[in-house]
Design a protein around this ligand. Structure first.
Ligand SMILES: [Zn+2]
Length: 351
């Protein structure tokens, strides 16, 4: 650990780190836990949790398990931004993604390979979001050990395969991986929660493959990504724009909405105000929304997540994701161990 680094808030890390950084800390169990923070520079909860954990508990004591800390984007953290305008989204640059900036994708490939060499027990990628969201975990694979790792953080678990190029997705072929959504950056209980979770994980001997109790995990999967049409002027509340979303739209997050729920008013109907795409990139807007009556109405039962009122996030990322519940007690995939792609050998790695 570089001297003095733990004293620095996310916005000051750039004084010692000029880009993506891996820090290896040895512990009693050799196989490391990987904790990734600040892939998005304004999402400081992960770094706050890591530095508090290390300062308070492990300044002198040995860690129960080796820890690899990945610090993603200290340069954007300096500006308190998700990313700089000339940077790609770091959590889309990992192997398996479609990002085309080869300087970054080859760097992230190298980091990925380093992580694999360390044979991690599990990978935890800590994020924040900007709307009102409960804390939840996301997995990219439905398997009991992955769900167990997720359920230790929250009973709300989201399964996603899009967007690609995320850290957790790229590591999911090799070891249990989760993305944590810890509410909004700067909330103390988000830091408390992720700190306690990382510490719990550090003390695990292994992540059990025993089936997870159905009550312990409410599993949802993403069926669509919703973007505001870039050619449409939008606002919130009573505003003169093509589409005026309702105030406090983010109160809908993680709420199962009946059909006919209004997202706002459509004042100019020439272009569709929203574009919903499925996981294969097909336009499925008409399956979920109706704009024809001057109102933006849902046309089937859905549960949004990551709804935000932050214009920059809406323009750089998306308005929200749409999710449906997976009734996985019927799904034998959950209790079984699905085969690994050829050439990968998670199961023959001794703990
Ligand atoms: Zn993030």
């Amino acid at each position: 650990m570089p001297d003095g680094l733990l004293e620095r808030p996310a916005s000051a890390l750039h004084q010692q780190l000029d880009g993506p950084t891996l820090i290896h800390l040895p512990g009693r169990h050799e196989r490391p836990l990987v904790v990734s923070v600040l892939q998005h520079g304004n999402e400081i909860t992960g770094w706050e949790a890591v530095r508090r954990l290390l300062k308070s508990h492990y300044q002198r004591d040995e860690l129960p398990r080796s820890l690899i800390i990945f610090i993603g984007n200290p340069v954007a953290a300096r500006q308190r931004l998700r990313r700089l305008d000339d940077q790609p989204d770091f959590n889309r640059c990992w192997p398996g993604g479609i990002e085309t900036d080869s300087a970054y994708t080859s760097l992230f490939r190298e980091i990925h390979d380093r992580l694999l060499e360390a044979r991690p027990m599990a990978v935890i990628d800590v994020h924040n979001n900007t709307g009102l969201n409960p804390h939840y975990a996301a997995v990219n694979r439905i398997r009991s050990d992955y769900l167990r790792l997720a359920s230790m953080f929250s009973s709300k678990v989201v399964y996603f395969t899009i967007p690609t190029g995320t850290l957790s997705h790229s590591m999911s072929e090799f070891c249990p991986s989760v993305t944590l959504e810890c509410g909004q950056a700067g909330e103390v209980h988000g830091t408390d929660h992720s700190l306690a979770y990382i510490e719990t994980c550090l003390h695990q001997e292994s992540i059990s493959l025993q089936p997870v109790d159905a009550d312990a995990v409410h599993l949802f999967h993403m069926v669509a990504t919703v973007n505001v049409n870039p050619d449409v002027l939008f606002g919130f509340g009573r505003v003169p724009a093509d589409v005026a979303f309702r105030d406090a739209l983010d109160e809908f997050n993680f709420t199962e909405l009946p059909l006919g729920t209004s997202f706002g008013t459509v004042l100019n109907n020439e272009l569709p105000p929203l574009i919903a795409t499925d996981n294969e990139g097909r336009d499925i807007t008409a399956d979920y929304f109706d704009f024809s009556g001057g109102e933006l109405l849902t046309t089937r039962e859905i549960m949004p997540s990551m709804l935000t009122l932050d214009r920059r996030v809406i323009q750089q990322d998306c308005l929200c994701y749409l999710m449906e519940r997976i009734h996985y007690e019927d799904n034998e995939e959950v209790t079984g161990i699905d085969p690994l792609p050829e050439g990968l050998h998670r199961s023959d790695i001794p703990d």
